[in-house]
Write a protein that binds this ligand. Structure first.
Ligand SMILES: Cc1ncc(COP(=O)(O)O)c(C=O)c1O
Length: 383
């Protein structure tokens, strides 16, 4: 099988599995307890905090462990909304993952005003439009670092500068679920106040992640109880998950050059498809600086993405039609529509996403199967 759905989830590194198994066998103590083995477990948690902070240009005490990307996004946005004394303005880009988009919609139902920031035809935030739309009343702006659908890298640093100029008190939240350890992030330098990560997108385990919260940012906790994580996220820490997250962070950081080399594989796949007519890339092209190394969105004229995905699965190639959560609902992508794609184009789209387990030769195989499946489906359509 050729697995090309790494934006939905990645296969854990062997080192992650081993570290987690040993944590469950020998390091299972509650990190909040006061006896020796528990203190050793707490030390492991701290080491993970330090490793994440180091990658983000943040401080160890700014890292709050969560159950993953969705929770991190919820804590950032709902937490900021509930910490306000009076209604404010909340903004997010038009192409956010539902973990942000639906949470912003919830904030709107809570009585706050909401702004949706447009993207251009390449799926990149339109900063000139942002400048026109934002006002000093803005309380929080949320923008993903890398689009999970197109791989477009968003200009978060320029956005943050703009936000802080127009609304100096506003918070900038970046959903870094697809960007973390693939695209550089330095929270202090880039003016990012809140940054979400998720372990299972970086060859770590599912159900664990973190929200980095810059010192001085006030959030209302979404989970109350024993007061863990400085009161921001109660609940016994997921010790084995955190150990796995740490192993994943270490290995991804050590293999940075290989992560960047995925861009070459993306180009190879696209070059291999150059003989096939009616193919459009959604988002920046692989050779462009604002294209993330691992995600490629392709629309095929005269072919339904869902049918192509199923045909490819039968040939041993796993891709998706969009984000994993949307693909069960069989709905065309709002992000592609926001980029000005027609319904037909959006419906004819598949997403190919690469991870460190992929090999360059797989690109040629996958491209050959994509081309042959497409030709076959187009022939049927013409009949
Ligand atoms: C951009 C983005 N944000 C948030 C999430 C949700 O993360 P999790 O699956 O860890 O809840 C995803 C998952 O696909 C994502 O791609």
């Amino acid at each position: 099988m050729i697995y090309l759905d790494n934006s939905a989830t990645t296969r854990p590194f062997d080192g992650v599995i081993e570290a987690m198994a040993s944590s469950m066998r020998e390091g299972y103590y509650n990190p909040s307890a006061a006896y020796g083995p528990a203190i050793a477990a707490e030390r492991e948690v701290r080491a993970c905090r330090r490793a994440i902070a180091e990658q983000l240009g943040a401080r160890e005490e700014e890292i709050v462990f969560t159950s993953g990307g969705t929770e991190g996004d919820n804590l950032a946005i709902l937490g900021a909304a509930q910490a306000l004394r009076s209604p404010g303005v909340f903004a997010c880009s038009d192409i956010e993952h539902p973990a942000v988009a639906e949470t912003i919609a919830r904030v709107e139902r809570m009585g706050h005003e909401v702004l949706r920031l447009p993207v251009d035809a390449r799926g990149v935030l339109d900063l000139a439009a942002c400048e026109r739309l934002l006002s000093p009343r803005v309380a929080l702006v949320s923008c993903m670092q890398v689009s999970n659908e197109t791989g477009a890298v968003q200009p978060v640093e320029a956005l943050s500068r703009l936000v802080k100029r127009i609304a100096p008190g506003a918070l900038v939240h970046v959903d870094g679920v697809q960007g973390f350890l693939r695209v550089p992030m330095h929270m202090a330098r880039m003016g990012v106040d809140l940054y979400t990560i998720s372990a299972h997108k970086i060859h770590g385990p599912k159900g664990v992640g973190a929200l980095a919260v810059r010192g001085g940012v006030r959030l209302a906790p979404q989970m109350t109880g024993g007061g863990q994580e400085r009161g921001l996220r109660s609940g016994t820490l997921n010790g084995a998950g955190i150990v796995g997250l740490h192993a994943a962070v270490r290995e991804m950081a050590a293999r940075r050059a290989e992560v960047e080399a995925l861009r070459g594989m993306k180009r190879r796949l696209l070059d291999d498809l150059s003989g096939l007519p009616g193919v459009t890339v959604n988002g920046p092209l692989p050779q462009e600086a604002d294209s993330a190394p691992h995600i490629l969105s392709l629309s095929f004229e005269g072919v339904r993405g869902e049918v192509l995905r199923n045909a490819l699965e039968a040939e041993g190639v796993i891709v998706s039609t969009g984000s994993a959560c949307a693909s069960h609902k069989q709905k065309v992508s709002d992000a592609l529509l926001a980029m000005g794609r027609t319904r037909e184009q959006a419906d004819g789209t598949i997403r190919v996403s690469l991870g460190l387990m992929n090999a360059p030769g797989e690109m040629d195989e996958a491209a050959a199967r994509i081309a042959s499946a497409c030709e076959q489906l187009r022939r049927y359509r013409r009949r």
